[in-house]
Design a protein around this ligand. Structure first.
Ligand code: NAD
Length: 262
């Protein structure tokens, strides 16, 4: 791959303290972008701190909880004040909670929808307003999931939140097309990140499995025969963020080793 696909661009990435978000920030910086990395912890993670050490003029860390509207306003303002107009949004912060359908709780519903849908939508809305005001022909990438493509018995609320991401991506793409702003989503399959450690533990409890058993089974079931790496989602994000995808909008790209065909 060339190494200047995002030269001069400023990317804002939410939930990028680790996993897919951090891998994507790293790939974006390697392609010449400046990155504002958002996560909810007071201090940057080890991975983010290392990236700042390596690229002190191109990476900043911003603490924000995307479920708080005031935090959203502040994170966008802070990002712009350091690195100028935002050209790319990697709208990635998300959580997973799995429960049996008949035992699923209002608390889990509220938490999942407040991060994965409400937070994602209002971060996108705020950044799109900025792009329209500043005349930026930007690119927005929302994180959906293979879970947004079909329901799962133990994953009802998470699946619903990720289906909502696909729908908001389509609506925003149509609303923003006249402004030359593209809005797409990525639907990862099973990617080896801290989230999947948590997912494996939830399945172990719900299905009476040993820790690690579910992970081995779902990896084997992928047509390409293994879990994905965060860097493989990051490569797709570089494509969607760059001019290489200039005629692509309103799409949800599966990065899943062949799990979903659509
Ligand atoms: N790992 C997978 O297999 C997989 C598959 C499909 C979709 N996804 C989606 O990809 C995205 C990234 O997943 P990951 O596996 O890297 O997860 P992860 O848990 O490793 O990272 C998610 C990050 O989001 C942050 N976050 C959570 N709530 C937040 C909030 N309110 N405000 C700010 N930051 C918050 C967390 O602190 C964490 O650093 C998520 O939206 C996830 O649903 C992951």
């Amino acid at each position: 791959m060339a190494n200047d696909l995002l030269q001069g661009k400023h990317a804002l990435l939410t939930g990028a303290g680790g996993g897919i978000g951090l891998a994507t920030a790293t790939a974006f910086v390697q392609q010449g972008a400046r990155c504002s990395i958002v996560d909810m912890h007071a201090a940057p993670s080890e991975g983010v701190a290392a990236l700042i050490d390596q690229y002190p003029d191109a990476v900043q860390y911003i603490r924000a909880d995307i479920t708080h509207m005031a935090d959203i306003d502040a994170l966008v303002a802070t990002a712009i004040s350091r690195f100028g107009q935002i050209d790319v949004l990697f709208n990635n912060a998300g959580i997973a909670i799995f429960e049996k359908l008949l035992e699923s709780t209002e608390a889990a519903y509220d938490k999942l929808f407040s991060v994965n849908v409400k937070g994602l939508f209002f971060v996108m809305q705020k950044v799109l307003q900025h792009m329209v005001d500043a005349g930026v022909k930007g690119s927005v990438i929302n994180l959906s999931s293979q879970a947004g493509r079909r329901g799962e018995a133990l994953v009802a609320h998470y699946c619903a939140t990720k289906a909502a991401v696909i729908s908001y991506t389509q609506s925003a793409a149509l609303a923003m097309a006249p402004h030359g702003i593209r809005v797409n989503a990525i639907a990862p399959g099973v990617i080896d990140t801290p989230m999947w450690q948590h997912v494996d533990a939830m399945f172990a409890k719900l299905e009476g499995l040993a820790i690690g058993e579910k992970k081995i089974a779902v990896g084997k079931a992928v047509p390409l025969g293994r879990f994905g790496y965060p860097e493989e989602v990051a490569d797709a994000a570089v494509f969607l963020a760059s001019e290489l995808s200039r005629y692509i909008t309103a799409q949800t790209l599966n990065v899943d080793g062949g799990n979903v065909m659509s």
